[in-house]
Write a protein that binds this ligand. Structure first.
Ligand code: TYD
Ligand code: MG
Length: 459
């Protein structure tokens, strides 16, 4: 009797497995993400430290384990090194995720051509032909002749090439095009993506080669997203950006060899990605001077301070329900802050439309943005510009009090570096800085206790 081929269901968002179809994934709570796939023939390999290191499994005393730090290799791009925690760790498996077309292939090809000057590098593409890669490489900087290219999607073939050529670093672009012949599911399915990644993991740990995997983020569609792989790899980087803006942010969301607090900033140009070492200056380009409703604030992104501009437009409404929008920050937070202003200052914002925008396409949800939002709203409401060369940061509470925020000194220092002369900050932060007697020459610090004090600064 020919039995029906066995299948299981996978969530293509998080990889949750089930014997029957479900409308909502119990793992990630996404709807309609279960897809049916044939059961794989071979059992998944079980990882143990012994398998990974090739030695017998035996426990070791903690103090006897050598504490030598991992050998790191500079990628040739300082922004990428920073996000990786100081360079590429040999033998690590790194996932680079992001929307299609954001620039993942460009970033990795640039990294490869710089690395190829010193090391043996292999770039494997399952999406583009060698000719296409060459054309792209020619548009970028001069590529070294040592860079090996391969257009291949079969993992068995790739394994052989890696074992033969023994490169220092391999790029797999993208994991959704790769397949293993012993697995019946199609490329991009949850089981293929999982199994090919675990094969690559074994290669990386067994041979000590570093492997970078590209994974497309997929909203709708049949391919499995990078989230399925996050727990398997050492480091997960996401490449993000607004499709309308040219800057791109590289962010670590998981890193076994460093902090996840780092970001790298790039700009997409005609000649590839350019590193931006001073993002604040870049974000503030083209800012209007002396206009009401425009405020500069200092935000914390990872361990970096970024100066960004917040704009507000408050005008009398022609509707019963005033219109409110917030671009680049939380809409409900803006509504809440407007309610605080209405109550604590007695101004009638409920008769006003209000539009708020974080310029440059950044998305910020840090509480320290509150005071800048409030200042921008008040400045536009009163039609009074904020004194030029001023930055504003602080958290605002429900009673209108201004609360201290973390890393105030660093924020002030970044503003000073860019030539700002005044800084409006929470009084609590100012007192703390005075106590520490930290030197803040060349910039005037104005502490505010509540939104009333802030409002009076606009007179
Ligand atoms: P790509 O690296 O192919 O994206 P991904 O691999 O993440 O899908 O980048 C594609 C986009 O980048 C494409 O829309 C064109 C743009 N681009 C430039 O603006 N300048 C360049 O030098 C290159 C190579 C690409
Ligand atoms: Mg690509």
């Amino acid at each position: 009797m020919a039995g029906k081929a066995k299948t299981v269901f996978f969530c293509k968002e998080c990889g949750q497995e089930s014997t029957k179809w479900m409308g909502q994934c119990p793992g990630c709570k996404e709807w309609n993400t279960f897809v049916e796939e044939p059961v794989k023939k071979t059992a998944a390999p079980v990882y143990t430290a012994g398998v990974l290191s090739g030695k017998r499994t035996e426990p070791q005393r903690l103090d006897e384990v050598s504490s030598a730090t991992e050998a790191r290799l500079s990628s040739g791009l300082t922004e990428l090194d920073r996000v990786l925690g100081g360079g590429i760790v040999n033998g690590s498996l790194v996932l680079v995720g992001g929307d299609p077309g954001i620039g993942k292939s460009t970033l990795l090809l640039q990294m490869c051509s710089r690395l190829a000057e010193r090391e043996q590098i292999l770039y494997i593409s399952g999406e583009e032909s060698l000719h296409q890669i060459k054309m792209r490489a020619d548009r970028l900087e001069k590529a070294s002749g040592n860079l090996l290219l391969l257009s291949e999607t079969s993992l068995d073939a790739i394994e052989k090439v890696i074992e033969e050529k023994k490169p220092q670093l391999v790029v797999i672009d993208s994991i959704q095009t790769m397949f293993r012949e012993d697995i019946a599911a199609s490329p991009g399915s949850v089981s293929q993506v999982r199994e090919t990644t675990s094969s690559l993991m074994r290669l990386a740990k067994g041979l000590g080669v570093t492997i970078f995997i590209v994974g497309h983020v997929t909203k709708e569609g049949v391919v499995a997203g990078p989230r399925v792989l996050e727990h398997m790899v050492d480091t997960v980087l996401y490449f993000e950006g607004d499709s309308n803006a040219s800057y791109r942010i590289l962010r670590a969301v998981k890193n076994r060899f460093g902090s996840t607090n780092e970001i790298g900033v790039f700009e997409m140009r005609g000649t590839g990605l350019e590193e931006i070492h001073n993002p604040s200056e870049y974000m503030l380009q083209g800012r209007p001077e002396g206009e009401a409703g425009s405020v500069v604030t200092a935000m914390l992104e990872g361990s970096r301070i970024l100066l960004v501009e917040v704009q507000a437009l408050v005008c009398q409404t022609n509707f019963n329900m005033p219109r409110r929008t917030a671009a680049g920050t939380d809409y409900n937070r803006v509504n809440l802050l407007m309610a605080v202003l209405e109550k604590r200052l007695g101004i009638q914002l409920s008769f006003c439309d209000a539009y708020l925008n974080v310029a440059g396409g950044m998305r910020i949800n840090e509480p320290a943005l509150d005071l800048a939002i409030v200042m921008a709203l008040l400045s536009s409401y009163k039609n009074r510009p904020v004194a030029s060369g001023t930055i504003v940061f602080g958290e605002v509470g429900l009673t209108g009090e201004v609360r201290g925020v973390s890393q105030a000194e660093q924020r002030v220092a970044e503003a000073k570096k860019l030539g700002y002369e005044n800084c409006i900050l929470p009084a609590a932060n100012l007192e703390h800085m005075k106590k520490l007697q930290s030197k803040q020459e060349g910039i005037k610090l104005i502490g505010v206790r509540n939104v009333k004090e802030l409002f009076s600064l606009l007179d």
